[in-house]
Ligand binder design. Structure first.
Ligand SMILES: [Zn+2]
Length: 88
């Protein structure tokens, strides 16, 4: 079984300093999806972190988690969230 988790963070746009919709902030919700069939749906970030740790422990000693989207303005927010979620 292939395990390769993807973290999808809930993001919402907020107006930038110039009033344009250019910035992203986390909604506090995240989803973990894995090709094995795991799909948490959007749940609170802390719960997503727990699901991630459980799944990694049970199934994926070499497991890595990727983020979606990987690039663009949202990726910085995602990387921050990923750091929080994967921190021990
Ligand atoms: Zn899996």
């Amino acid at each position: 079984m292939l395990h390769s988790m993807i973290l999808v963070a809930g993001l919402q746009q907020k107006p930038g300093p110039d009033g344009e919709w250019a910035e992203y902030e986390p909604t506090g919700y995240a989803a973990i999806v894995c090709p094995c069939g795991l799909s948490t749906g959007f749940i609170e970030k802390a719960d997503a972190a727990e699901q991630y740790r459980e799944h990694a422990q049970e199934n994926a000693p070499t497991g890595s988690v990727r983020i979606h989207p990987e690039t663009g303005p949202a990726s910085a927010v995602l990387n921050g969230m990923l750091g929080e979620i994967t921190r021990d």
